[in-house]
Design a protein around this ligand. Structure first.
Ligand code: PBG
Length: 331
């Protein structure tokens, strides 16, 4: 005790108990900051576990409805839908993407009639419907940008007719946000919001998602020809700026943790809300380590999500949303 220094600055004073730590905390993580993604399949009473995403299931619409009611009850404001399409309905032109009787429009109708307060975010991209697992129309090994956009606009209008609140183009074609905005407006859907997957990287962290949807690319083209190069950051500003000029209401960075510098860059240079997608591989890594007894997945998940918020994300897409909120770990 005698050799105690007479320090004026002791940052640890503000860490000595939970109350003071709470009151000086800069970052909040609440249910209202989260979006729960769901995988869907045809049928009734289906809850198919996804082996590379422990705790996640492919749900039929009736099961999806129960899960979305739980989201409402814990205060999660939005969900995102990703369909697993039967092989027989996949084609090179991906025309099932704008079938009014398809899985997604039917689910949107049902959810909006039963749980209208939860926002439904519809994915706009062709990969679940493409027999090649590509986000666009392929010809001679190249994704055709402008031809793809025409299909994406139809897909967005189809979901808008079903009552979707927000469409989220995740395809990375050039000019699709403007075309979708115009298409929606012309069809009378001025209030349907657009969340642009603007800085979507050509990432290897999407593996478990592609297992869940059976949407891994089977030739056709290289996703690196449309998704962003992980080496680049200035391009993220360019892409988001274009998307905002074209009418995006919210922009997204994806994946999240390896790209927190991008989240921060955008949060300091833009005024639009920013979404970050804590993707399937990021979730799977934590679950796999926990199954081996190597990490505390709850603690690591909360730390990851807090870090994503701290970097500047307004909202986070995470597979862990409902589970963490239901167990009171986020409230
Ligand atoms: C494709 C899409 C992907 C994800 C969301 N939309 C994968 C891809 O580009 O192949 C990945 C999400 C995740 O990994 O959780 N439109």
């Amino acid at each position: 005790m005698s050799n105690r220094l007479n320090l004026t600055h002791r940052p640890r004073r503000l860490r000595q108990n939970a109350s003071i730590r709470g009151i000086v905390s800069e970052t909040s993580l609440r249910p209202m900051n989260l979006v729960q993604p769901f995988f869907m399949v045809e049928g009734t009473g289906v809850r198919e576990p996804i082996s590379s995403l422990p705790g996640q299931f492919r749900l039929s619409v009736d099961e999806l409805e129960k899960a979305v009611l739980k989201c409402r009850d814990v205060g999660i404001p939005a969900i995102a839908l990703f369909p697993k399409i039967n092989d027989a309905d996949k084609s090179e032109d991906a025309k099932a993407a704008y079938d009014d009787n398809g899985l997604v429009p039917m689910a949107i109708k049902r959810l909006k009639s039963i749980v209208p307060e939860v926002l439904v975010i519809g994915d706009i991209a062709l990969d679940p419907y493409s027999s090649l697992g590509q986000d666009g129309i392929v010809e001679d090994g190249v994704i055709l940008n402008d031809e793809t956009i025409e299909v994406l606009v139809q897909q967005a209008i189809c979901q808008a007719r079903a009552g979707v609140d927000m469409v989220a183009p995740s395809d990375m074609m050039d000019g699709r946000i403007g075309a979708i905005r115009q298409g929606l407006d012309k069809a009378g859907f001025q209030d349907v919001m657009i969340m642009a997957y603007s800085a979507k990287y050509a990432s290897s962290f999407y593996g478990p998602f592609r297992d869940a949807l059976d949407s891994a690319p089977r030739g056709g083209a290289d996703k690196k020809t449309y998704q962003m190069d992980p080496a680049n950051s200035k391009e993220a500003i360019y892409e988001t700026t274009l998307d905002i000029e074209e009418g995006a209401d919210i922009v997204m960075v994806k994946p999240a943790l390896p790209y927190l510098d991008i989240v921060r860059d955008l949060a300091t240079s833009l005024t639009t809300p920013i979404a970050a997608y804590h993707v399937s591989g990021e979730y799977a890594m934590l679950k796999a380590a926990a199954l081996n007894g190597w990490l505390d997945d709850d603690a690591c998940m909360l730390e990851s999500l807090t870090a994503i918020r701290r970097a500047g994300a307004t909202m986070i897409f995470t597979y862990a949303a409902l589970d963490l909120c239901e167990r009171g770990l986020i409230r």
